[in-house]
Design a protein around this ligand. Structure first.
Ligand code: NG6
Ligand code: CA
Length: 505
């Protein structure tokens, strides 16, 4: 070969090789967002009565965060923030959504999946959605269901619309209910009974799992739900197979997209109520249905790890594992979560739980794993799920416009273990707002209920201001507001400023 041609080819190789290598090495991203899993519910966070070996593996070879937060103590606002990079309390109507709510995220919003799409990723959502679907008053469950996940940045989706305890009890693949039978149309109502299906209220004898609070509308699979549903017999999910179905969808997504960089938002239903683990997992924890659901969640994570291993994708995949809000025992069904607790502490050393403005409401497990690229560590950096958007935008060199993801901060260095600090402050939300700055936490005064007798959770509301020193009092036992009025004032002002400026980025 002519010498100058060889030199030319060498130059070509020098120029293009890094681009080719970069294209191949773009990491896949999987966010696993568990439901109602508490800070103390995993063995890697100190649980001794329950073992979660697969999830612990992520912690062992990755970073385990001790001060990571969801933005809110319930599902809908928490997930809204994770996907949009905005605090949900800025937007009306983002409380726990009924199963027939309209889509809460406006199409065209710069969402987390949209950022990945722009960066050349193939994106998918599998599992719990609970962010509404369709346009206000125009949703037809028997037709094309839109807008939904596909209109806000996902290339494909396989979701349950709301929660396991809310109708409709169906899966939706992309724009359509799965297994739809046009001769048996689905009708949903959250206001009045429809159809002839029995209800928990009128036919309690038909229930296989009794309700302890609410959950007394249409009975589906022997379980009373929130919301009425008629028709759609062929479309109903089977509660005890849900974990298997969702894992299978997640695994197929990974297998089908193994050649591309992909982003998977995997939101298992576990460990939300109704807790109906598969027969393979019943009795595995010795702690009743709640413990078995944790066991099942760990199994699901193990299945994802296994498929990544078998495809040799593990080293090039970032897995984030977290939970949408804190723990609850009796969340409205008699499933022996309280009776069989066996000394386990779902909130770990924190006060409160799901629904609470005390820390257990929103301080959640948060693990990140990226073998080869992240060194194993425990990080005390203050981080929030709202930051995933700006951080992954940064990883992908995607610019955010001023009005995009207004509360999302770039904490990529903390996520990758290159820094031990995250954000300077963050806001917690449980109806009432609180702000954490460094070691201090201020909870704004609230006349709302202090204590929820149904869930047995301290909600943390108090008509007077509360100030806690989280470093020396992680359990929020000593209100120091009277002792440090200046600190209270400064934090109240900071909270007010973040509210009124409409942004925290
Ligand atoms: C509550 C439900 C609870 C759960 C929660 C939402 C009753 C008595 N309680 O209203 O069971 O569904 O809403 O949970 O109905 S979340 O994790 O999706 O936010
Ligand atoms: Ca939840």
């Amino acid at each position: 070969m002519n010498k100058s041609i060889i030199v030319f080819m060498q130059i070509l190789l020098l120029v293009f090789a890094p681009i080719i290598i970069f294209a191949q090495s773009k990491p896949n991203i999987i966010i696993i967002n568990a439901d109602d899993l508490g800070y103390g519910d995993l063995s890697c966070y100190g649980a001794t009565k329950i073992h979660t070996p697969n999830i612990d593996k992520l912690a062992k070879s990755g970073i385990r965060f001790t001060n990571a937060h969801s933005t809110a103590a319930t599902c809908t606002p928490s997930r809204f923030s994770l996907l949009t990079g905005q605090y949900a309390w800025r937007k009306k109507g983002t409380g726990v959504a009924p199963g027939n709510a309209a889509l809460l995220i406006e199409p065209g919003t710069t969402t987390l999946p949209a950022i990945f799409q722009r960066a050349g990723y193939y994106t998918g959502a599998v599992g719990k959605w609970h962010l509404g679907l369709g346009k206000e008053g125009q949703l037809n469950w028997n037709g094309i269901i839109t807008p939904g996940p596909l209109e806000i940045g996902f290339n494909q989706s396989f979701i349950m619309p709301a929660t396991g305890d809310r109708t409709p009890c169906v899966y939706i693949a992309n724009h359509r209910v799965v297994n739809l039978d046009t001769t048996d149309p689905i009708i949903i109502s959250y206001t009045n009974k429809i159809g002839n299906e029995p209800t928990g209220k009128d036919n309690p004898d038909l229930l296989r799992m009794k309700s302890s609070q609410g959950h007394n509308q249409t009975i589906v699979n022997g379980i009373g739900r929130i919301g009425y549903m008629s028709g759609g017999k062929s479309t109903l999910w089977k509660d005890d197979e849900m974990a298997q179905v969702l894992v299978q969808e997640a695994v197929s997504f990974i297998v089908n997209n193994q050649q591309k960089p992909f982003f998977l938002y995997f939101a298992p239903h576990d460990i939300h109520v109704p807790r109906v683990p598969n027969k393979a997992n019943v009795g595995k924890s010795g702690m009743g249905a709640r413990g078995d659901a944790i066991f099942q969640l760990d199994w699901a994570v193990g299945r994802v790890q296994k498929v990544l291993d078998s495809l040799h994708l593990t080293d090039n995949t970032i897995i984030v594992f977290t939970s949408d809000n804190g723990p609850v025992l009796d969340d409205g069904y008699e499933d022996e979560a309280v009776e069989k607790l066996n000394g386990h502490t779902p909130s770990g050393s924190l006060r409160g739980g799901k629904y609470s403005i005390f820390d257990a409401g929103t301080r959640v497990p948060f693990l990140i794993n990226y073998p080869g690229q992240i060194k194993p560590a425990i990080s005390n950096a203050l981080i929030s799920q709202v930051d995933l958007l700006a951080s992954f935008a940064s990883l992908n060199s995607q610019k955010l416009l001023v009005d995009d993801a207004v509360d999302s901060q770039n904490i990529l260095a903390a996520l990758l273990g290159k820094s031990t600090t995250g954000r300077a402050h963050l806001i917690e939300h449980a109806g009432t707002l609180a702000i954490i700055e460094k070691d201090w936490k201020y909870i704004e005064p609230s006349t709302k209920m202090r204590y929820d007798k149904f869930t047995n959770i301290e909600l943390g509301n108090d008509p007077v201001a509360q100030l806690y020193d989280l470093k020396n009092d992680i359990k929020e036992q000593y209100n120091l507001a009277e002792k440090y009025p200046e600190k209270v004032k400064a934090l109240a002002q900071l909270l007010e400023r973040i509210k009124t400026t409409g942004r925290d980025r």
